[in-house]
Design a protein around this ligand. Structure first.
Ligand SMILES: *[C@@H]1O[C@H](CO)[C@@H](O)[C@H](O)[C@H]1NC(C)=O
Ligand SMILES: *[C@@H]1O[C@H](CO)[C@@H](O)[C@H](O)[C@H]1NC(C)=O
Ligand SMILES: *[C@@H]1O[C@H](CO)[C@@H](O)[C@H](O)[C@H]1NC(C)=O
Ligand SMILES: *[C@@H]1O[C@H](CO)[C@@H](O)[C@H](O)[C@H]1NC(C)=O
Ligand SMILES: [Cu+2]
Length: 254
């Protein structure tokens, strides 16, 4: 117990320990364990999630931004079945019970059509992503107020360790990559924490997003975007009460 507290405090105060990513997904009542970043790639198999490392990414122009470094599919990787309109619950929780360590900044989720098969895609930078959900600054809060951000809710023992996003009900069935991302605005340079996984969407939908909703990673973000340029200046800012989440508008599936 004391050890857990000590580790949590150490991780909070030290920036090098204080990182992470999506560790499991709950999809249509099935729990899909994620890639374990501190275990060797060779030891992992049968996951929907691509490989990742806990370290932050800071260059919006790097191919590392797409699916977290190389974001490789593991042997036996597959697509998780999900019905359009269902909730996907992503958890940021390590096996030792230690959760997401940062508080200030938005959370976003994207999907991209894989065509025939997500599992065989090696170059994820050609995928066309559409945003399905975002958690920006809550109304009435300033950017420096932790309670203004859902990211703060993820903090261990604070309120919750997960984020629910809904697969747009109108989305056409097919195979899609999902990309969750936490953007940490505490420091300059900014820190991006993306994670990718494979989905097989079923249901009755027949919609696909039009071009105005589609972006690539890298490509979607610039260090000049207001919601990124502000990184390193939010802590202590009790006056800025607007925040523009980077990337395209959320596609609602219509
Ligand atoms: C899903 O599995 C992970 C890893 O085994 C576990 O930490 C988590 O508690 C599980 N979640 C649910 C909802 O069962
Ligand atoms: C991607 O990240 C890895 C590991 O941090 C680094 O060695 C590599 O140079 C990065 N590649 C690019 C294109 O930024
Ligand atoms: C998130 O989804 C789970 C089911 O996957 C549900 O039990 C939980 O109440 C949802 N939480 C919120 C905050 O919507
Ligand atoms: C807040 O709004 C102002 C005025 O529209 C804009 O210039 C600024 O970039 C916005 N700030 C953020 C962080 O989005
Ligand atoms: Cu960190």
């Amino acid at each position: 117990m004391m050890l857990t507290v000590a580790i949590a405090l150490a991780a909070l105060s030290g920036t090098s320990l204080a990182h992470g990513g999506v560790t499991s997904y709950l999809i249509d009542n099935k729990n899909y364990t994620g890639y374990v970043w501190y275990d060797p790639y060779e030891s992992q198999h049968d996951l929907i999630q691509r490989s990742w490392h806990m370290n932050p990414l800071s260059d919006p122009a790097s191919t590392n931004l797409t699916c977290n470094n190389k974001g490789l599919a593991v042997p036996g990787t597959f697509h998780a079945s999900v019905t359009a309109g269902s909730t996907i619950r992503a958890t940021w929780l390590t096996p030792d019970g230690y959760g997401w360590p940062h508080t200030l900044g938005p959370m976003v989720a994207y999907m991209a059509s894989c065509g025939e098969d997500c599992t065989t895609i090696t170059d994820t930078s050609s995928l066309k992503w559409f945003k399905i959900a975002e958690e920006g600054l809550r109304a009435g809060y300033a950017v420096g107020e932790e309670d203004g951000w859902y990211q703060n809710d993820l903090w261990e023992n604070r309120r919750t360790e997960y984020w629910n996003v809904t697969v747009p009900a109108g989305l056409k069935p097919g195979r899609y990559m999902i990309r969750h991302e936490i953007i940490m605005l505490e420091l300059n340079p900014v820190q991006f924490y993306p994670n990718c996984a494979h989905l097989e969407v079923g249901g009755e939908g027949d919609s696909v997003p039009s071009d105005e909703f589609l972006v690539t990673f890298p490509g979607a973000y610039s260090l000049k975007d207001p919601g990124i340029a502000i990184s390193g200046k939010v802590r202590g800012d009790k006056t800025t009460k607007n925040y523009t989440v980077p990337g395209p508008k959320v596609w609602k599936g219509e």
